[in-house]
Design a protein around this ligand. Structure first.
Ligand SMILES: NC(=O)c1ccc[n+]([C@@H]2O[C@H](COP(=O)([O-])OP(=O)(O)OC[C@H]3O[C@@H](n4cnc5c(N)ncnc54)[C@H](OP(=O)(O)O)[C@@H]3O)[C@@H](O)[C@H]2O)c1
Length: 344
């Protein structure tokens, strides 16, 4: 099969091209063979390709070359190992999920890595939502956002950010989106369904705008996708919560946080690593997926889709666009048609 195979880490993910690798087979540990119809590059794929993600850590990580890149996908169940439980999934079912190896024609996965595409949802939309259960979990399970609270989302136009905005809005919060430029602010005003948009400036004037929008009180919750805890604490109301989800803006350099601000505001700062918490607490993960898929089915979560990408040849271009910060919402690359038959 064709796949984006990482033989060694690369500093230029935009130049990656598909090569031919062995097609995976269903096995007792990964019993479902999925024919991939769509895949969706995310920030973590850039880090995986560069060897800059915690999953690449030589001692603690599990993602080392050679490996097939990619995480989020939608596809069709093409084959099932006879000796394994598949959670009720059958050959031909349309599914979506996340598992390393998604930038390929086929991937073999565990039953818990995929869910059936909800009725009325397209495979492309499901693919765009595959990685965003993180956002649902952060809003509902970690920050425990309540109706009427105010929420600020950093990196709001990004994959996790736009889904954080949608989930927080769905639970009845007043949501403010923080974006890097006026273009992305426009997208969030038009398609983000949020109550307000604040554009970052080089200085700290934008913090004043957040305060003004909250009648001087500050926000109850900051969902931080970019690595800005110090700034988040400046925007926070007394007793507020910050959830650290990612460091998209930090280029690998972690920030120092002024601890007195935590004390003075009686603030809570919580880190959240979705993959690891799911491995440690599978029961909670199931609960998260149930709630998240339910929200998708109710029509409250609709992805914002960016650009037009077709085939694995377009993975490099997509990663380059992500790296250049051109992208808002999610890129979805169409790899094959859901209606085709498996060519095994
Ligand atoms: N906690 C978890 O379990 C988990 C799971 C998956 C991913 N993550 C992490 O969460 C973060 C967000 O992921 P994502 O998939 O939503 O990424 P994404 O789609 O690329 O969005 C990131 C957003 O951050 C903003 N940003 C600010 N400075 C940036 C910079 N220097 N480079 C790139 N983006 C920058 C961008 O918005 P503006 O241009 O408007 O500022 C962009 O829209 C990443 O750090 C990712 O590794 C965490």
């Amino acid at each position: 099969m064709k796949a984006i195979n990482i033989q060694s880490y690369t500093s230029t993910p935009s130049t990656l091209l598909p090569t031919t690798v062995p097609t995976p087979r269903p096995s007792p540990s990964t019993p479902l063979l999925i024919r991939i119809t769509h895949c969706s590059p995310q920030h973590a794929d850039l880090l995986h390709a560069q060897g800059a993600h915690q999953n690449n850590n030589a001692k603690r990580g599990w993602c080392h070359p050679p490996f097939v890149l990619g995480y989020d996908f939608a596809g069709v169940v093409a084959a099932i190992h006879p000796a394994a439980s598949t959670g009720g999934l059958q050959r031909g079912d349309r599914v979506f999920g996340a598992s390393i190896g998604a930038f390929a024609e086929y991937v073999a996965v565990t039953a818990s890595a995929v869910r059936k595409v909800p009725v009325g949802v397209s495979s492309a939309a499901a693919c765009a939502m595959a990685g965003q259960a993180v956002s649902y979990a952060a809003v509902v399970h970690v920050a425990r956002v309540r109706a009427g609270e105010t929420v600020l989302v950093s990196g709001a136009s990004g994959g996790l950010g736009s889904a954080c905005c949608a989930v927080a809005t769905a639970v009845g919060a007043r949501v403010f989106a923080l974006t890097g430029d006026e273009g992305k602010a426009g997208v969030m005003r038009r398609d983000g369904g949020v109550d307000g948009v604040v554009v970052l400036d080089g200085g700290g004037k934008w913090v004043g705008e957040v305060k003004k929008a909250t009648e001087g009180r500050g926000v109850d919750v900051v969902l931080d996708n970019t690595g800005m805890v110090d700034d988040a604490l400046r925007c926070l109301a007394y007793g507020g919560r910050v959830v650290v989800l990612g460091f998209a803006a930090r280029k690998g350099v972690m920030e120092g946080v002024k601890m007195d601000k935590l004390l003075l505001k009686s603030a809570t700062v919580t880190g959240y690593r979705f993959g690891e918490s799911g491995r440690r607490e599978p029961g909670v993960l199931e609960e998260i997926w149930k709630g998240y898929v339910g929200m998708m089915e109710s029509g409250k979560l609709k992805p914002i889709l960016y650009g037009n990408y077709r085939g694995l040849d377009d993975v490099g271009r997509a990663l380059g666009d992500l790296e250049a910060r051109k992208v808002y919402g999610k890129i979805v690359i169409k790899v094959s048609d859901p209606e085709e038959n498996a060519k095994l």
